[in-house]
Design a binder for this molecule. Structure first.
Ligand code: ZN
Length: 173
């Protein structure tokens, strides 16, 4: 529990000054939402998975290194975070392709977080979309997210059901 709170504070400090794609929501809301979903919908209570969840975008989107995550939160957490960190030397399209290809190799812990991450992102694309994203771009994102989740089904049924509900809602747009 203490470590979970430490991780929340560390994530908040690391993402300070960053915003979600809508330009108004503080970035930290996103990892907190992912964590919230894991607990309330996915029924996950393993502290290491929750810590990795709140830190899942820290290495990708701030200057925190995976070594710092290892030193503060241990190797198991760092390994999960690393699995969920895109290679920023690749282009956006290459990263999307890479996520799709490597999804099947994710650990069970990383799969739970990946699905929760996609639920939060698809929700945002549907209900709080970036101002400059047209309908096509939003649809493309949802198709891709659905493909990624399709590769990792079978790890958390409740999260998958929630994801599928959103896809159905998206089809009505
Ligand atoms: Zn994320």
């Amino acid at each position: 529990m203490k470590k979970v709170i430490d991780a929340i504070l560390f994530a908040a400090e690391s993402h300070a000054g960053q915003f979600r794609k809508d330009g108004i929501t503080p970035y930290i809301n996103h990892p907190l939402e992912v964590m919230h979903l894991l607990i309330h919908t996915g029924e996950i209570n393993d502290p290491e998975i929750l810590i990795a969840a709140v830190l899942h975008d820290v290495v990708e989107d701030t200057n925190i290194t995976i070594q710092e995550i290892t030193d503060r939160f241990g190797e198991k957490v760092a390994k999960i975070v690393l699995e969920l960190t895109d290679d920023k030397s690749l282009t956006k399209e290459e990263r999307k392709m890479q996520q799709l290809i490597s999804a099947i190799q994710l650990s069970e812990s990383a799969k739970h977080i990946r699905i929760s991450d996609k639920i939060c992102n698809v929700y945002d694309i549907l209900y709080a979309p970036p101002g400059d994203w047209g309908l096509e771009r939003r649809k493309d994102y949802i198709v891709w997210a659905n493909a990624v989740v399709g590769k990792i089904r079978g790890s958390n049924e409740k999260l998958e059901i929630r994801f599928d509900e959103l896809i159905i809602e998206g089809n009505n747009f």
